[in-house]
Design a protein around this ligand. Structure first.
Ligand SMILES: Cc1cc2nc3c(=O)[nH]c(=O)nc-3n(C[C@H](O)[C@H](O)[C@H](O)COP(=O)(O)O)c2cc1C
Length: 232
C-alpha cells in the first residue's frame, strides 16, 4: 500500500511538470471553454532584407492546399501588432499608443492548431479561441465570394474598437488615426509574409454585417480588413 502511494505521488509530479512544459511550448491549454495557444517566441532577425521584401512584395490570391506552421503564424501575428518594448509599444505605430485594433487568426490548416477563430493577445503573445469550427467557407461568402478566403490555410482579420481612439482624439481619431494605424500593421504583414516566402492579399471588399456575424464580433468592434496567408 505504501509503495503504491509513493508511486502515485511520483507519477502525479511528472505529469504536472509535463503539462506545464506543453503550455509554454505553444501547445494547448484548456481554461474553461477557451482553448489557448501560447505562441512560439518570434524571431527578430531573418535571411531576407527589408529592401528585398519591399521589392518582391505583391498581392497573392492563389494559395496551395498546404498547411502553414505555428511558427509562421506566430511570426505574422507578432509582425502585425506584437509587443516590442517593456512599456507596451508594438511593431506598428499607433496614435497616442492607444492600439485600437483587434486581431484575429482564422485557422483552417495550421500545424498544431485546431481549426477555428482565435483572438490574438499581444501582451502575452498567445491566441485564445473564440469560435471552435472552420469558418472559411462562410467568410468567403461574406467577402463576396473571394475564393482565396476559402483556400488559404489561415487569414488574419482586423477589427477596431473606435472608442479607444475617439475618447482622446474625437472625429479625427475615427476618420484618420484608426485607418492610418491599420495601414502600418497590414503592411507589416505583407512584408513579414514575403520574408517567410508566404503570400497575402489585403481584402477590404466585404459585407460588414455578414463578416461581423460570421466572426461573432462583440458589438463594440467594427470589421476592417482581412488578409489570407499561405504558400502561393
Ligand atoms: C484598402 C485595400 C483594399 C483592397 N481590397 C481588395 C479586395 O477586396 N480584393 C482583392 O483581391 N484585393 C484587394 N486589395 C489589393 C489590391 O488590389 C492590390 O494591392 C493592388 O492591385 C496592387 O497590387 P499589389 O498589392 O500586388 O502591388 C486591396 C488593397 C487595399 C490597399
Amino acid at each position: 500500500m505504501r509503495l503504491l502511494l509513493i508511486f502515485f505521488i511520483i507519477f502525479s509530479a511528472c505529469d504536472s511538470k509535463a503539462s506545464k512544459n506543453k503550455a509554454s511550448n505553444a501547445s494547448e491549454k484548456k481554461g474553461g471553454q477557451q482553448l489557448t495557444y501560447i505562441l512560439p517566441a518570434p524571431k527578430t532577425n531573418g535571411n531576407i532584407s527589408v529592401e528585398k521584401a519591399l521589392a518582391d512584395r505583391r498581392s497573392h490570391r492563389n494559395f496551395q492546399n498546404k498547411a502553414i506552421s505555428i511558427d509562421q503564424l506566430s511570426q505574422i501575428l507578432w509582425a502585425a501588432y506584437g509587443v516590442t518594448s517593456p512599456n507596451g509599444f508594438r511593431t506598428a505605430p499607433s496614435a497616442g499608443a492607444l492600439y485600437p485594433l483587434e486581431i484575429y487568426a482564422i485557422v483552417g490548416n495550421v500545424e498544431k492548431i485546431e481549426p477555428g477563430v482565435y483572438k490574438y493577445i499581444p501582451e502575452e503573445h498567445k491566441i485564445v479561441r473564440t469560435i471552435d469550427k472552420d469558418i472559411r467557407e462562410a467568410l468567403c461568402e461574406a467577402t463576396l465570394g473571394q475564393k482565396m478566403v476559402r483556400e488559404a490555410p489561415a487569414s488574419i482579420f482586423y477589427s477596431a474598437i473606435f472608442s479607444k481612439i475617439t475618447e482622446r482624439y474625437g472625429e479625427r481619431g475615427r476618420e484618420r488615426y484608426v485607418y492610418m494605424g491599420l495601414g502600418h500593421s497590414a503592411q507589416n504583414i505583407y512584408l513579414q509574409a514575403e520574408a517567410l516566402q508566404l503570400g497575402t492579399c489585403a481584402i477590404g471588399a466585404f459585407i460588414d454585417s455578414r463578416v461581423s456575424q460570421v466572426l461573432q464580433l462583440p458589438a463594440n468592434e467594427e470589421p476592417l480588413y482581412l488578409m489570407p496567408i499561405g504558400y502561393y
